[in-house]
Design a protein around this ligand. Structure first.
Ligand code: TXA
Ligand code: MG
Length: 367
């Protein structure tokens, strides 16, 4: 990936240097993580944090994730995750330690009880704070040089598809000359981090599915993470909005209407769109190569292959949605992801994208 080491004077390292200074100066910096690009601000500066909300157009009661450097990056051998978390979180449970040791730095966000010094602007006034240490070397180097916490939501306008390249970020915030964007190429994971709530000190709960699944967490750490819909409290978590604004129904939405189709049922997905079915982009599994004789009523169907491996699918999902959205189709059809936990993250993003899609999507409430 990106060979950034501390103390080097490569052009990339100089950009990171400038970006760390911009954060200190109260400016926003968009930076790559392995999941999606983040819109970063100094987590200790209330007016910078405020700027994140106004730039994104995001309601202020939607809490932000604080990004922290990994202890080894900070270069103190005696440092561990608990000391990195000290300014932010308290009552760190044993299960959280196991998860951090297994998955950090990486695409996993943990929600802790917050330290009293964490700004209300970050937590939306809640008593918990979400923390993540991203694996991307540019993100780590930025956090190391900055020597503080960086709040960063996905670097898209509220309700839009999250950016997975620097060009996506520039498109989202065109004309914002004060925003510094670090180009780290395409994001490998491609969908936002898994969010797990460890704040209750009791049950550990999945708040947002991602590429790290409860099954994997159980296998690697022995920690049981209760999935969405599992009976802890059927009304909790995803429904307890706006704690997780990603839990709102409409989210990650393209402006072209998007629908899912069941295997072999492309035509069913069209019934809603009698007038617009003439220009339809249909995503098909690469393992199936073509819809074949699925009864296209129109010559204007165009097939786009999508990977049948869940990680590869996630990695390409937002890129594909953005590209198709720009191509001016009347309708985009995606195959329903198969059953299985490894598909939960993309299924969640696709369902929300469907719900919020279409020309009026900007009026939907999402992040
Ligand atoms: O992969 C990611 O997580 C990306 C990269 C940039 O790190 N960030 C990201 O941030 O997706 P954002 O703001 O788009 O989504 C953060 C989610 C929101 O749904 C928010 O409600 C939830 O995290 N969240 C933040 N603080 C929380 C808290 N204290 N309790 C529960 N959920 C929280
Ligand atoms: Mg987001």
């Amino acid at each position: 990936m990106f060979g950034v080491t501390s103390g080097d004077s490569s052009p990339q390292s100089l950009v990171i240097n400038e970006a760390a200074q911009a954060l200190r100066d109260g400016r926003l910096v968009a930076f790559p993580t392995e999941t999606v690009y983040g819109l970063g601000a100094d987590a200790s500066n209330p007016s910078s944090v405020q700027k994140v909300f106004t730039t994104k157009g995001r309601p202020s009661n939607h809490p932000l994730i604080v990004h922290v450097a990994a202890p080894e990056r900070l270069g103190h051998e005696q440092l561990d995750w608990v000391s990195v978390l000290a300014p932010w979180a308290r009552d760190i449970p044993e299960d959280a330690l196991k998860l951090m040791n297994a998955f950090w730095p990486g695409p996993l966000t943990l929600v802790f009880k917050k330290d009293k010094h964490v700004l209300n602007e970050i937590t939306g006034g809640q008593d918990t704070v979400a923390i993540r240490s991203p694996a991307h070397p540019i993100a780590q180097e930025l956090l190391r040089q900055f020597q503080g916490g960086v709040v960063a939501p996905s670097a898209n306008r509220f309700g839009k598809v999250s950016p997975t390249s620097a060009a996506d970020v520039r498109n989202e915030f065109e004309g914002d000359t004060d925003l510094l964007v670090i180009d780290g190429g395409d994001c490998e994971v491609g969908i936002e981090s898994t969010i797990v709530d460890v704040s209750s000190g009791d049950r550990v709960a999945l708040l947002r599915p991602g590429v790290i699944t409860p099954k994997e967490m159980l296998a690697k750490t022995g920690v049981r993470v209760y999935r969405l819909g599992e009976a802890i409290d059927p009304n909790a978590h995803f429904e307890s909005l706006p704690r997780v604004s990603g839990g709102l129904k409409a989210h990650y939405a393209p402006t072209t209407p998007l629908r899912l189709y069941a295997p072999g049922r492309v035509l069913d997905a069209l019934t809603e769109f009698p007038d617009t079915k003439s220009r339809v982009a249909v995503a098909v599994w690469d393992s199936e190569s073509s819809l074949g004789d699925d009864g296209h009523p129109s010559a204007q169907f165009e097939e786009v292959e999508v990977p049948s491996d869940s990680a590869a699918f996630a990695s390409r999902l937002y890129r594909t949605l953005r590209d198709l959205d720009e191509q001016g189709w009347d309708l985009i059809l995606f195959p329903e992801p198969p059953a299985g936990e490894e598909w939960d993250g993309v299924r969640d993003r696709l369902q929300r994208a469907c719900f919020g899609s279409g020309p009026s999507s900007s009026s939907h409430d999402s992040n």
